[in-house]
Design a protein around this ligand. Structure first.
Ligand SMILES: NC(=O)c1ccc[n+]([C@@H]2O[C@H](COP(=O)([O-])OP(=O)(O)OC[C@H]3O[C@@H](n4cnc5c(N)ncnc54)[C@H](OP(=O)(O)O)[C@@H]3O)[C@@H](O)[C@H]2O)c1
Length: 263
């Protein structure tokens, strides 16, 4: 479904990939009111054009970059930041004082989810592998679980929300550690999962969703970034020519935080 909606069924609709970007406005169209040439901005283009020296975009998902935030940091935020925010707040209904377990806490969505959940006032348990334990602690997780040594679904503690950013465990696996009326929210999206979530009869809910960036979400994230409440984790940096290497590394499934393409 995501291919049909976003990318093209058999091959990408747009040849230049890349969702998120940060840079300087070069020219504006006649109806652009919010930006001027020279403005330092960041935003998302919903799947097209980010891996390039120039791109043409609309002003609806574009924001002025805070001066104290680097282009690199700003460029990491939109897609995974919005996915994490909507997973926790819109679908997970996370409230201050609740506890959330984030599976895949060391990845792109996960590193943002840990920091956003903390800023929403939640207690955070992050699940990651041994090499990432310190990093996940350093971005604010109250507790970390090493998935190579411990099965988190056997924990005695129960959670208001399980946010599964890597979908390596199922809703059924996680049910025993959800509180009554607790939610399991997963970034894995399929029609089967959506139906399963809607038809489920348990007091515990499963939600599979596709993030839909909005300007208000981006402004929320920008304010957290500006206030230093989220600090992007950047694993590696690449040149534009090295984009295929970056994608290969991403596909191995072990990126810590985000990758950045520098021009
Ligand atoms: N629904 C949506 O709208 C939406 C939006 C964005 C992304 N997504 C999807 O969400 C998923 C996550 O995206 P992402 O950008 O965060 O991915 P990512 O950065 O590539 O995730 C990599 C991370 O996953 C961790 N990981 C791998 N196996 C694990 C396991 N068994 N248990 C716990 N952690 C594990 C890795 O840590 P180790 O190296 O320590 O294993 C690594 O840090 C992807 O499948 C993506 O397609 C969905």
């Amino acid at each position: 479904m995501a291919r049909i909606v976003l990318g093209g069924l058999r091959k990408p609709k747009t040849k230049i990939l890349g969702y998120d970007f940060a840079g300087q406005v070069d020219e504006i169209g006649k109806e652009v009111s919010e930006f001027r040439p020279g403005d330092e901005v960041f935003g998302t283009n919903k799947g097209a054009g980010g891996f390039a020296e120039y791109l043409c975009t609309t002003q609806d998902l574009l924001l002025i970059k805070p001066p104290n935030v680097s282009f690199e940091d700003a460029a990491t935020v939109p897609a995974v930041g919005v996915t994490a925010l909507q997973g926790l707040q819109k679908h997970g209904k996370l409230q201050s004082g609740q506890n959330v377990l984030i599976n895949g806490a060391s990845g792109g969505v996960g590193t943002f989810a840990v920091q956003i959940a903390k800023s929403l006032g939640a207690t955070v348990t992050g699940v990651c592998s041994t090499t990432n334990l310190n990093m996940v602690r350093s971005i604010g997780a109250d507790e970390v679980i090493d998935y190579t040594k411990e099965d988190f679904t056997l924990k005695e503690e129960k959670f208001d929300l399980i946010f599964d950013t890597v979908a390596k465990r199922s809703f059924s696996d996680c049910k025993p550690i959800l509180k009554s009326n607790g939610r399991y929210v997963t970034t894995a999206f399929s029609l089967g999962l959506v139906l399963k979530g809607k038809l489920g009869r348990s007091d515990k809910k499963m939600i599979s969703y596709v993030a839909n960036p909005t300007k208000s979400d981006l402004i929320f994230l920008k304010d957290l970034l500006d206030a230093g409440k989220i600090k992007p984790v950047i694993d590696r940096r690449y040149t534009l020519e090295q984009v295929p290497d970056a994608i290969r590394y991403l596909e191995e499934g072990h990126v810590k935080g985000k990758l950045v393409i520098n021009l």
